[in-house]
Design a protein around this ligand. Structure first.
Ligand SMILES: [Zn+2]
Ligand SMILES: [Zn+2]
Length: 74
């Protein structure tokens, strides 16, 4: 993944959603025990090490900001 884009996105999200509680997604409020689930029954995971942004929200914001899909490093 493009590190620079990740930083830009993080700054954007952290500014827009300043409320932080460790272990709770700052955007959707999901937690380890109540994660987001998509139609394929995949659950979200943490994108940030402080566990305040989940992968589903991250991908949503990423698409919105950069008009492209997230490409994860293999
Ligand atoms: Zn979330
Ligand atoms: Zn989530």
């Amino acid at each position: 993944m493009d590190k620079q884009k990740l930083e830009i996105l993080k700054n954007h999200v952290f500014e827009k959603y300043p409320h932080v509680e460790e272990g709770v997604c700052r955007v959707c409020g999901c937690t380890y025990y109540e994660p987001c689930i998509d139609e394929d029954c995949n659950t979200c995971s943490w994108v940030t090490t402080d566990e305040t942004l989940c992968s589903f929200c991250f991908e949503g914001v990423y698409k919105e900001m950069f008009q492209e899909e997230v490409v994860y490093d293999k």
